[in-house]
Design a protein around this ligand. Structure first.
Ligand code: 5GP
Ligand code: MG
Length: 178
């Protein structure tokens, strides 16, 4: 399908299923070379990363553990702005090699807070893996170890990412029209 209609907007294809599969396999192999013999803990950020993580980790052919977390953000009482929490991490990450798996890094604010929170628990190594990065929009310094695609600042949907809850099941990545 070249175009799809989600809720009230038309989206056109931007990264095909085949392109995603090829790139995800390449990144998984790169990670496998870097992390062989280490038993990394993959921390998958829900909801958007579920499709990416499922494909990526099935291509990672070494022992590893996987944990699923949610990130919640709310306006704090102070004027300092948004407060972020990482919910659902039950493993002790002290001394572990941890790889955060994220769907998209936009301004980078979320990832920056998540790394701060996880770093406070003293992992031996903390890496970031993101399916998509919008490099023109990043507002913070972030060391992104693995990225599959860089995309422009347009809104995208599919392959786990939603538009108002819809479109996560689309097998390719689509960009909003106009
Ligand atoms: P950041 O904190 O990096 O600005 O925002 C990251 C979050 O914004 C992502 O986890 C995702 O939920 C959302 N986001 C940013 N850009 C897009 C986009 O193009 N499409 C969708 N569906 N979500 C996006
Ligand atoms: Mg996300």
């Amino acid at each position: 399908m070249d175009t799809v209609f989600v809720k009230d907007k038309t989206f056109s294809i931007s990264i095909t299923q085949d392109e995603i599969a090829e790139r995800v396999q390449t990144i998984a192999r790169e990670m496998a070379q870097d992390l062989e013999g280490i038993n990394p803990l993959f921390v998958v950020i829900l909801n958007g990363s579920f499709v990416f993580a499922a494909d990526l980790l099935r291509e990672f052919n070494h022992p590893c553990e996987v944990s699923f977390v949610r990130v919640s953000s709310y306006e704090g009482m102070q004027s300092t702005g948004t407060v972020t929490e990482v919910l659902g991490l039950t493993q002790d990450i002290k001394g572990r090699t941890v790889v955060i798996i994220e769907d998209i890094i936009d301004s980078g604010t979320t990832m920056s807070r998540v790394t701060e929170i996880l770093k406070a628990q003293s992992p031996a190594d903390l890496r970031i893996c993101s399916l998509l990065v919008k490099p023109d929009n990043i507002k913070v310094a972030l060391d992104i170890d693995y990225r599959c695609f860089e995309i422009p600042n347009d809104f995208i949907v599919g392959y786990g990412l939603d538009y108002d809850g819809l479109g996560r099941n689309l097998p390719a990545i689509y960009t909003v029209c106009e």
